[in-house]
Design a protein around this ligand. Sequence first.
Ligand SMILES: Cc1cc2nc3c(=O)[nH]c(=O)nc-3n(C[C@H](O)[C@H](O)[C@H](O)COP(=O)(O)OP(=O)(O)OC[C@H]3O[C@@H](n4cnc5c(N)ncnc54)[C@H](O)[C@@H]3O)c2cc1C
Length: 416
Amino acid sequence: MASSDTEVLVVGAGAAGIAAGRRLMDAHIDCLVVEARSRLGGRAWTMRGNSEFPIDLGCGWLHSADRNPWREIAEAQGGSIDKTPPPWTRHSAPIGFPLSDQTSFLQALQKFRQQLHSRCEDEPDVSAATFLEPLGQWNALIDAVSTYANGAELERVSARDVSRYDDSGVNWRVVEGYGRVIAAHGAGLQVMLGQAVRLIDRSGRRLRVETAAGAITADIAIVTVSSALLAEEKLLFSPALPEKTEAAMGLPLGLADKLFLSLAEAEEFDKESRLFGRTGRSDTGVYHFRPFGRPQIEAYFGGRLAAELEAGGEPAFVDFAIGELTGLLGSDFAHRVKPLHLHRWGVDPFARGSYSYAMPGKADCRDMLAAPVDDRVFFAGEACSRSDYSTAHGAYLTGVDAADLAIAARRGRQSS
Ligand SMILES: Cc1cc2nc3c(=O)[nH]c(=O)nc-3n(C[C@H](O)[C@H](O)[C@H](O)COP(=O)(O)OP(=O)(O)OC[C@H]3O[C@@H](n4cnc5c(N)ncnc54)[C@H](O)[C@@H]3O)c2cc1C
């Protein structure tokens, strides 16, 4: 064991845990971060493997980049910010999707979003699918977009939660990788890697945190594991915290997986362009061609389709992607593309999904999950964010908030 006693123990070294740890370290508070994986970053993960370029298997876009704290951190680290507007804000190549249809689809999507944002705070917390136009021509494709954005189809998603999401509309990227920035921000922290916390025993005066390598005592804990893991009770509390399990069950992790493909003849496609695999159904992939101008395709699959493909492993993703792409680009295309990387977030034991959505009626579970317990067990992570959930910057902000609450609790304890 590196340490069996600490003042504040942070469970998890993803965006939230690293942000919390850094805040505590900067305040000169004794802090230990315990991480189940053998690397920092959690769902933020830049890797190279057999790719010529760094690729982000988890978060890639600095959403709300004009107010995103990771942007400044990336710049301070010497990272390069790419400000090319994202493909979803522009028309695609008219392959299998004529420009007039694209315009009609974008209008339908905008109308759907306006309806949802204007009406749902006054109504019961219903499913987002309620706001689709009955028998609307583009409903299936709007649903496909939900599988990318929420990791779930609209019928599974709370309209109120979606309406609370706050997006400035500015989306940038870090050339060297978003995951790399987040992991690098953890440099200097006291971290134990490869140790999953199993139990936080809060029956005594001090907390007893159990890992496979032994127990660690702490005054305060900040828990940042994903809502899926809390719902599955992979991390236990004694006495139990049923209100946290219930809140987490209202906030399942949606599923979104990226498959990276390399292109033999990149020049035949525009940089930063994209295609939907099919436009008349929700179970379709979306293909981002030449991100950063690189000879690659970033294929994105969400919701039930991603879950079905995960069951078939990497070959199922590759077959599906090649099937959709050859349907659009001709059968020869199969010879000009090669799989590079995929990560199946749904079967990842330390995530169990990609990002949280709230089920209909469960929008307020985010506040329930974030609420401190006894002023010594604090919760952070993207699912705890009311308006920046599902994102790496939302995770960051909840981590800093939890650390500030821990600092205040510690001060209160010292003065009493
Ligand atoms: C495919 C994909 C694309 C995405 N795209 C974007 C994007 O473009 N922009 C964006 O902002 N966000 C995106 N996200 C979401 C973003 O990556 C996450 O919201 C964010 O990284 C979550 O951070 P977190 O700290 O809340 O959770 P995590 O990163 O899950 O951190 C929790 C940590 O706890 C660890 N852990 C789990 N169990 C235990 C245990 N028992 N003991 C100790 N440690 C444990 C985990 O290993 C993990 O490191 C994407 C995610 C995916 C999967």
